[in-house]
Design a protein around this ligand. Structure first.
Ligand SMILES: Cc1cc2nc3c(=O)[nH]c(=O)nc-3n(C[C@H](O)[C@H](O)[C@H](O)COP(=O)(O)OP(=O)(O)OC[C@H]3O[C@@H](n4cnc5c(N)ncnc54)[C@H](O)[C@@H]3O)c2cc1C
Length: 284
């Protein structure tokens, strides 16, 4: 279908973009989610501001012991960043699991998190990384923890005039083992279930673990009961299985033509066990 008529503006700079957004325009980034929605007339914005053309938002850098990723960094930028591959391989690995090469070349991290598809891949990694998101409007700038950013399916903490400016992550050494494991929906590449694990050993035991989950419910989440079950354990198969069994316990799982709620919970348990075991094997 042909989209509703709309006005398209390439802003001169970030201030110009924020000014246009304050007057009611909608941000466009890679267009990988918004354009299909417009073609289906599920979205009918009258004015679009093209953030993807803003080079000042396309960066991946380290400062103050943290990694900063500008909103218009594409999934390909993220998966191929030498800095991320060294200091946050979990996010690079997650980006590489998104869709296909064409989608990864166009889609941006800012667009993906703002869209908040329940089956998107980044949210699992961002939950495990305890990411922060910097949100900006013409009037203010604020930092929101990822657990407060994703609120429901296609619903975030973003205000009407705000954009995702950047994503902030911890820069980590190789002592942390990480892994993103995903059950792929074959037609689109989206996650039926996606599990991100970040784990460290201390004196032979699991001293730190974070598990992020996507695809199962309306909103990504951290599997805190499973994390607690693993802490101070050696990481034997039985420890891992007991923890994995808690990853989707009590979660209001989605049901659709790809997977029932029970099957999703079962996949979460199986894939969490695999992801935890593999992440442990990656600990230095
Ligand atoms: C065939 C196909 C397969 C896909 N497979 C996967 C997959 O396997 N895994 C996955 O995670 N995703 C997948 N996607 C989605 C893809 O990752 C998109 O890139 C992403 O959801 C949206 O990013 P975008 O930059 O294209 O944003 P757009 O489509 O341009 O925008 C999406 C929404 O975000 C808003 N927006 C954009 N940028 C900002 C910003 N900086 N601040 C505030 N709001 C903003 C827009 O107004 C719009 O509402 C797939 C998409 C397609 C078409």
């Amino acid at each position: 279908m042909i989209p509703h008529k709309f006005e398209y503006t390439v802003p001169k700079n970030l201030d110009d973009a924020l000014h246009l957004l304050a007057s009611g325009a909608k941000p466009l980034a890679g267009g990988m989610s918004l354009i299909p929605m417009m073609k289906l007339r599920l979205a009918t914005p009258e004015r679009l501001v093209d953030l993807a053309k803003l080079q000042e938002l396309n960066y991946i850098r380290e400062s103050g012991g943290e990694l900063h990723i500008g909103a218009t960094a594409t999934h390909y930028d993220v998966e191929s960043s030498a800095l991320l591959l060294r200091k946050c391989p979990l996010l690079a690995e997650t980006a590489a699991a998104i869709g296909d090469l064409q989608v990864r070349n166009m889609g941006t991290i800012g667009g993906s998190v703002a869209h908040a598809d329940p089956a998107a891949d980044y949210p699992a990694a961002l939950q495990a990384l305890e990411a922060k998101l910097v949100l900006k409007s013409g009037k203010s700038e604020r930092t929101v923890a990822v657990k407060d950013f994703f609120q429901d399916a296609f619903t975030t903490a973003l205000g009407p005039e705000e954009i995702v400016l950047e994503i902030v992550l911890p820069a980590e050494d190789t002592a942390t083992g990480t892994l993103y494991e995903k059950v792929v929906q074959p037609a689109s590449g989206f996650a039926i279930v996606g599990i991100a694990v970040r784990i460290r050993r201390s004196a032979g035991k699991i001293g730190f673990v974070r598990i992020g989950v996507t695809g199962i419910a309306n909103c990504s989440y951290r599997a805190t009961a499973a994390e607690a079950a693993l802490e101070e354990k050696v990481g034997l198969d039985a420890d891992i299985e007991a923890a994995a069994a808690l990853v989707a316990t009590g979660v209001d799982a989605n049901s659709d033509l790809h997977a029932s709620a029970d099957y999703r919970r079962h996949l979460a348990e199986v894939y969490a066990a695999r992801a935890i075991a593999k992440a442990l094997s990656r600990c230095a």
